[in-house]
Design a protein around this ligand. Structure first.
Ligand SMILES: Nc1ncnc2c1ncn2[C@@H]1O[C@H](COP(=O)(O)OP(=O)(O)O)[C@@H](O)[C@H]1O
Ligand SMILES: [Mg+2]
Length: 228
């Protein structure tokens, strides 16, 4: 894959219940079957610090946390994963498939909160530092309406501390995720490489409401475009 003698960093993003875990597993399996070394990771998590922070951040018993504390905790988990797992994997030429990235922090902590929000300029600065460790080649945002996502979570009986937030919050998360794909968003701009065509975004929006296999095909197509 481009620039890394076989390595690549792909993110599967989107709101709760959009199908990230389902699609990340499929993509990882597909790449492994194609003979690549693949690492499937999740944010927050995939390191001792990350999993400890995940447990606190998603536990309904943690109650409400200060929104900036939350943004920084997710960012700390991210940095740990980038340094300990992603960067070394890319250096040895592996493909890394990660559930979530900084877009989640911008959406969930900066854009969607109905009350106090984390300052976006600060999150942008922290993000810029993190991307210096490792930068996604492609972020696939699975776009699913709130009703569909809520029904999927309900069918699973799932409701962590963040999933339990009101419908208006989740609608705002989805709107934010959709907006990031625009080439002029600062999030897309941070992922741009020298040589990328003007107006092209490395954040690809994929319709996640279709059957699992159809979504998987669209995810693979996006990967082939950026990681060929
Ligand atoms: N395209 C799809 N169509 C129907 N159900 C899906 C689809 N993708 C995922 N699901 C189901 O929706 C639920 C949430 O999916 P999951 O992959 O856990 O989402 P996330 O990791 O984004 O929260 C799971 O029960 C999963 O089997
Ligand atoms: Mg998941």
């Amino acid at each position: 894959m481009r620039d890394r003698s076989g390595g690549g960093y792909v993110v599967i993003e989107g709101a709760d219940g959009c199908g990230k875990t389902t699609q990340a597993r499929r993509l990882a399996r597909h790449l492994a079957e194609a003979g690549r070394e693949v690492l499937h990771l999740r944010e927050p998590g995939s390191t001792p610090l990350g999993e400890a922070l995940r447990a606190v951040l998603l536990d309904p018993n943690s109650g409400e946390l200060d929104v900036l504390s939350e943004a920084l905790a997710f960012s700390a988990a991210r940095r740990e994963m980038l340094r300990r797992e992603v960067e070394p994997a890319l250096r040895r030429g592996a493909v890394v498939v990660v559930e979530r990235c900084f877009l989640s922090t911008v959406a969930y902590q900066c854009r969607a909160p109905l009350g106090a929000r984390a300052p976006e300029d600060l999150v942008r600065e922290v993000t810029t530092a993190l991307l210096g460790v490792a930068r996604p080649d492609l972020v696939v945002v699975l776009d699913v309406g709130e009703d569909v996502a809520a029904a999927r979570l309900q069918a699973e009986g799932r409701r962590d501390r963040i999933e339990a937030r009101p419908a208006a919050y989740h609608a705002a998360v989805r709107a934010a995720m959709r907006s990031f794909a625009a080439a002029e968003s600062w999030c897309a701009a941070l992922l741009r490489r020298d040589g990328d065509a003007a107006g092209r975004s490395r954040i690809a929006l994929v319709d996640g409401t279709r059957p699992i296999e159809a979504v998987a095909t669209a995810v693979r197509a996006a990967c082939e475009e950026w990681l060929a």
